[in-house]
Design a protein around this ligand. Structure first.
Ligand code: P61
Length: 462
């Protein structure tokens, strides 16, 4: 028998495809920045899988149960018990979203200016918070990650040799922490193997370095371990999660992904010491320790969602849908990161548009063209998102030039995926005529959100 989603749809939200001439006008008005579009002008929105998924009836029921007490809310205790059951960490703090968790933990890790924070590949907000705390982010993902055509089951793995060599060269006292991002978003939603986590954790212990997880998509990572790593074929995702977390000292999480909520974040630690340190910043920046910037109802929905996201049938449907999109693009000859990641298909824009140099942002040009073609919104993950070196002001080199098509959880059908495939195929047919993009206005920090652009061959007005 064929497989189907383990849920049916109870409520629908209308979407519509506006005519092509309107799409051209809307993206021009938005300064050729997809973040500047109104969502009503987007047909299939694959900008992000963050906070854009559908909640379950149990989560909506949880909203009604939410305890809005300022301190000691019941919803907090339900969250704490759930997090403990999944991670084994008993020191739990909710935060308003992932970057809220990052801003409270980074200054505790980067205790002196110039300290390094190593990782497989830090996401851009993590990178920004390491830098804001005075630290230096270092990505040590395996080389296979940047070769989009070669299959590797765990392209999110950290390069253990480079990790050890870096620590030895720079001294463990200069390393604030090692952060494993699971799955590795920037490399294409690629998973990290249990063996790699175990080995990296052993290196951290050997040198006395704190070992943390960025767990935005940890449930998807657990599913890939079950599918691809020997010995885990029959393991429940929650058991895989427990083993994984046993190797770390704590986690920070954007709950907007694998906790299936529209807003929320999390900090959790094995030991009281890190908890106390982070707590000192949570109160002034996020709120009291039992609500962390969220309504009690949001905390409740998070507690429910954390467990739903670990169900095997849900994960099979979720990752299966992303694979369905990726396989069709691959069959059409469109270059994508292989294998397909957990939350998104990453189109290799450097290969799709070889005529466009990195500083004219091929991934971004492709995002603009895809919107014009089919009302589909994706986002660049490449040189544009990478930004400039804060010290030299020079464009940082990027390992990749991707257009990311991130699929919201439990939200679209495979018919929507087919529409995306058709639109991207149409751009593929006319790829030789696609032009590069240049800045009209460039903000200093996290510039891709608010920058304005024009086509590179349209001269700037003086
Ligand atoms: C995303 F264009 N991700 O992938 P917050 N860690 C990891 C993330 O993926 C992540 C955060 C921490 C987003 C949203 C996003 O420039 C951008 O809850 C692995 O968003 O604060 C977020 O979690 C931060 C999209 C964030 C962006 C920044 O789409």
């Amino acid at each position: 028998m064929r497989f189907a989603e383990p849920y049916k749809i109870k409520m629908v939200e209308p979407i519509r495809l506006i005519p092509r001439a309107e799409r051209e006008a809307r993206i021009r008005e938005a300064g050729y920045n997809v973040f500047g579009l109104r969502s009503r002008d987007v047909f299939v929105d694959l900008l992000t899988d963050s906070g854009t998924g559908a909640m379950s009836e149990e989560q909506w029921a949880g909203l009604m149960r939410g305890d809005e007490a300022y301190a000691g809310s019941d919803s907090f205790y339900r969250l704490k018990e759930t997090v403990e059951s999944i991670t084994g960490y008993s020191w739990v703090i909710p935060t308003h979203q992932g970057r809220g968790a990052e801003q409270c933990i980074m200054p505790q890790i980067v205790t002196r200016p110039g300290m390094y924070v190593l990782g497989n590949m830090h996401f851009d907000t993590t990178r920004a918070h390491i830098q804001l705390a005075g630290g230096r982010p270092v990505d040590l993902v395996i080389a296979e990650a940047s070769d989009t055509e070669t299959y590797h089951p765990f392209k999110g793995n950290i390069d253990l040799q480079r990790l050890r060599a870096f620590i030895v060269e720079h001294g463990p006292e200069n390393i604030g922490a090692i952060i494993m991002t699971v799955t590795c978003n920037s490399a294409g939603g690629q998973p990290v193997s249990m063996a790699n986590i175990r080995a990296a954790s052993a290196i951290a212990r050997e040198f006395g370095i704190t070992f943390l997880f960025d767990t935005a998509r940890y449930a998807e990572n657990c599913y890939f371990i079950r599918q691809r790593e020997a010995g885990y074929e029959n393991a429940e995702p929650i058991a895989i999660a427990r083993e994984m977390f046993s190797y770390g000292d704590g986690l920070m999480m954007s709950a907007k992904k694998d906790a299936l909520v529209n807003i929320g974040g999390l900090l959790a630690f094995k030991h009281e010491e890190l908890y106390r340190a982070a707590a000192g910043l949570v109160v002034p920046f996020e709120g009291f320790l039992t609500y962390g910037g969220l309504a009690g109802r949001d905390v409740e929905a998070m507690a429910v969602g954390l467990l739903e996201a670990l169900e095997v049938d849900y994960l099979a449907a979720r990752i299966g849908q992303v694979a369905y999109l990726g396989e069709q693009l691959h069959e059409a000859g469109i270059p994508i990161q292989l294998p397909v990641g957990g939350h998104a298909v990453f189109v290799d824009a450097a290969k799709f548009l070889p005529q466009i140099p990195a500083d004219q942002f091929p991934g971004h040009a492709l995002a603009v063209e895809l919107y014009i073609e089919g009302g589909v919104r994706g986002v660049e993950v490449g040189s544009l998102m990478m930004g400039r070196d804060p010290e030299t002001g020079l464009q940082l080199p990027s390992e990749f030039e991707f257009l990311r098509l991130a699929v919201p959880r439990r939200t679209y059908t495979n018919n929507h995926m087919d529409v995306v495939v058709d639109a991207l195929k149409a751009v593929w047919e006319r790829r030789h005529a696609v032009r590069g993009i240049r800045f009209v206005q460039e903000p200093k920090v996290l510039r891709h959100f608010t920058a304005r652009f024009d086509w590179a061959d349209v001269p700037a007005v003086r």
